[in-house]
Design a protein around this ligand. Structure first.
Ligand SMILES: [Zn+2]
Length: 267
C-alpha cells in the first residue's frame, strides 16, 4: 500500500500560534489531533525509529500493517503539552530528536527557537513510549563543521541524553536534514545505529540506515494532503489520483463520522 516505502512524518513545534522562528514548521494542536485520527482511521501502526530499524535488520520479523513513523525534531515544549496526550490516547509510538543544547536546564546554550522542553518532560515522554534520539547539541549544519566540532556535536548530544535518561540514544536526525559521508560516518562512529534525513520522500531500506528520508508536516498541510502522505502517495513516484485514493478518503470520512456519532452517544 505504501508504494514500497514508509512515511516518516517530521514535526517540529506543536503550538496554537506559530512564532516568527517556527511558523510553517509549527503545527496546531487541533491539526495534530486530526492527523493522528487519520492514522487511526487508515489502520496505520506508528513505530519508533529503533523499531523500524530492528524490523529491517531482522527480515524474518515482518513489519506490522501500514507502518508509519511520527517524529519530532529539536525538543519543543508543545510536544509534551499537546502531542503527548493525543499519542497516549491512541497508544502511538513516536520519536523525539533532541538538540540537547536547546533544552531548558543545565545544558542550555540559548539557541531554542521557541519554548523548549525541560528534562523532566523528556523523561515523561520516554516513559510514555517515545523514543529519545539525538539531533546534535547546538543544531549546526553538521556538514559545514571541522572534524573536531562535528565530533563534539554528535558525542556531546549522546552523552547528555545518556546521562539524563540512563540509556544511550540509538537514533539520530541531522539538523536541517544535512549530511555528507563524513557526517554519516561520525554519527555511526559515535554509536548511533540509524539516522534520518529530510528529502521529502518515503523511507526505504535501500536508502541505508543513515540516510532515511522523511516527510515534512507543515502548518499548511491539510487533512486530505496528510491522508495522501500517510498512504504513501503524492511523494516520490508519481501516483494518479485514482479510484483507490478516492476510496481511501471515503473510508476515512466514514470512520470519522462513526467516531463522532459514538462520541455523541457517550455524551
Ligand atoms: Zn532541527
Amino acid at each position: 500500500m505504501n508504494a514500497g516505502g514508509i512515511p516518516i512524518f517530521m514535526y517540529h513545534s506543536i503550538a496554537p500560534l506559530p512564532n516568527e522562528a517556527t511558523h510553517e514548521l509549527s503545527v496546531s494542536p487541533a491539526a495534530f489531533a486530526e492527523q493522528m485520527e487519520v492514522l487511526r482511521c487508515l489502520g496505520c501502526t506508528p513505530l519508533t525509529t529503533a523499531r523500524l530499524a530492528w524490523h529491517w535488520r531482522n527480515p524474518d520479523r515482518p513489519l506490522p500493517t501500514r507502518p508509519v513513523l511520527i517524529t519530532f525534531d529539536d525538543g519543543y515544549e508543545g510536544v509534551h503539552r499537546y502531542a503527548l496526550p493525543v499519542l497516549g490516547k491512541h497508544e502511538f509510538a513516536s520519536t523525539l530528536f533532541l538538540a540537547t543544547g536547546w533544552l531548558r536546564g543545565k545544558y542550555d546554550t540559548g539557541g531554542g527557537l521557541d519554548t523548549m522542553l525541560g528534562w523532566d518532560q523528556v523523561r515523561e515522554l520516554a516513559e510514555a513510549g517515545t523514543e529519545i534520539g539525538g539531533h546534535s547539541h547546538t543544531h549546526p549544519q553538521l556538514d559545514q563543521l571541522s572534524d573536531d566540532a562535528l565530533w563534539f556535536e554528535v558525542v556531546r548530544c549522546k552523552e547528555i541524553v545518556t546521562n539524563e535518561l540512563g540509556t544511550p540514544p540509538e537514533s539520530f536526525a541531522y539538523p536541517y536534514g544535512y549530511s555528507s559521508r563524513r557526517v554519516r560516518r561520525a554519527v555511526r562512529g559515535a554509536g548511533f545505529r540509524q539516522s534520518l534525513a529530510v528529502g521529502n520522500g518515503l523511507a526505504c531500506r535501500r536508502q541505508g540506515p543513515y540516510a532515511l528520508r522523511r516527510v515534512t508536516v507543515r502548518r499548511s498541510t491539510g487533512p486530505e494532503e496528510f491522508e495522501r502522505l500517510a498512504e504513501g502517495r503524492g511523494l516520490g513516484r508519481a501516483f494518479a489520483r485514482d479510484r483507490v485514493l478516492t476510496k481511501g478518503y471515503a473510508m476515512v470520512r466514514r470512520c470519522r463520522q462513526a467516531r463522532r456519532k459514538a462520541a455523541r452517544t457517550r455524551v
